[in-house]
Design a binder for this molecule. Structure first.
Ligand code: EPU
Length: 346
């Protein structure tokens, strides 16, 4: 069967595309049919054909938050929609429109170079702009949701383009409306809203301590540089050692469970949250169970951050998931807490 689309706007099709360099875990995988999406207009026709053929499909951005099987059957949509532009400045905010295929860190760098500070705490997070809202990326006390105006997406169920406001996106810790409806929306464009009056966000302890002895308040560029330095030191570079950043979410537990745990484990690291619940540092739990730096065949736990699983080379999705379930079991036995896997298992 011929799956190429003969329309003027057709996306580029590559059969049997190698994906080892398109997923940061560096897993050997290939996509049966890879379609490179370079404009939103290409999507409706492609989805129609995919659905008519009853093919499985998924979208791949930077491949930084996925665990891939050896073969991705059906259609894999490689998100490549470009574009970064200033759309308006009102009394309080500046609005920036960015294509879903733009690399996240490239966008953050561009925003600072063009004097639109605000996103510096989110520097160096791997992946694309279109993938960022799905898991509501966050780091050093800031979440993507804090800077969202609206998101454009294609709804593959209702066959229409939609624009969701920030409220419509139902953002929560590493969660969104898109994540709650897997396989339905394809994010095409994100409109960011950064305050015209910039204030630094330095309440995250790791970041704050870097500026303790500074004589003057840091600039956005200095915060950007510091976040890049901390991340480079703590997190493995996926070009050198395969990984998908934090492998587990930081679990949120009820106040009563926290009270009981802190009596038993006074060193427990956790943060209060607005709902009276506690967010516990999963990295600390895993570290206490002795996994940090351990190797399990071709995969393992990163030596500087126990929340990050790594592929030393030649690992498969099964190797990673087996190690993950060992960790989940031990953490559950020790602390009575169930860890949730963060990356998407395709
Ligand atoms: N900790 C340990 N041992 C470890 C790792 C951490 O004791 O092996 C302790 C640390 O000492 C610290 C606490 O646990 O007191 C938290 O660690 P860290 O500051 O490194 O942050 P995290 O909670 O492990 C989260 C995000 C990261 C983000 C950092 C910085 C999640 C799941 N992860 O990690 O996001 O960069 O905070 O804000 O929320 C990602 O999602 O891929 C990611 C890297």
């Amino acid at each position: 069967m011929n799956f190429a689309i003969n329309a003027p706007l057709s996306p580029k099709l590559t059969p049997n595309m190698e994906l080892a360099h398109r997923n940061t875990f560096g897993l050997d995988a290939y996509a049966e049919l890879a379609y490179e999406i370079s404009s939103a207009e290409q999507i409706p026709e492609l989805i129609k054909i995919i659905q008519e053929q009853k093919m499985p499909w998924r979208v791949l951005g930077g491949g930084s938050n996925v665990i891939l099987p050896a073969v991705l059957p059906g259609a894999t949509l490689l998100m490549n929609i470009p574009g970064k532009e200033l759309i308006k400045i009102d009394l309080t905010h500046t609005y920036l429109s960015v294509g879903a295929g733009v690399n996240w860190h490239e966008f953050v760098t561009w925003s600072l170079d063009n004097r639109f500070p605000g996103l510096e705490n989110l520097a160096l997070i791997p992946g694309t702009v279109g993938a960022a809202p799905i898991q509501n990326i966050g780091a050093y006390g800031v979440e993507l949701a804090d800077y969202i105006d609206s998101i454009d997406a294609y709804d593959s169920q209702d066959h229409t383009f939609v624009t969701l406001t920030k409220e419509g996106c139902c953002f929560a810790y590493r969660d969104s409306y898109f994540k709650q409806h897997p396989g339905r929306f394809i994010v095409t464009k994100v409109v960011f809203k950064v305050p015209n009056h910039w204030t630094p966000h330095l309440h995250y302890a790791d970041l704050a301590k870097q500026f303790l002895n500074a004589e003057s308040a840091p600039t956005a560029q200095q915060i950007f540089n510091t976040v890049c330095a901390i991340r480079t030191q703590k997190l493995p570079n996926p070009k050198v050692i395969g990984n998908a950043g934090s492998f587990f979410q930081n679990p949120i537990i009820p106040a009563e469970q926290y009270e009981a745990l802190i009596k038993k484990f006074p060193q427990l690291i956790s943060y209060p949250d607005a709902l009276g619940t506690r967010k516990v540092a999963a990295g600390w739990l895993i570290d206490q169970c002795g996994f940090k730096g351990q190797r399990h065949g071709p995969v393992g736990v990163y030596e500087n951050q126990a929340l990050v699983l790594v592929n030393h080379g030649g690992g498969t999705a099964k190797d990673i998931l087996d190690l993950a379930s060992n960790i989940q079991e031990k953490v559950h036995q020790t602390f009575g807490i169930q860890l949730e896997i963060e990356p998407n298992i395709l």
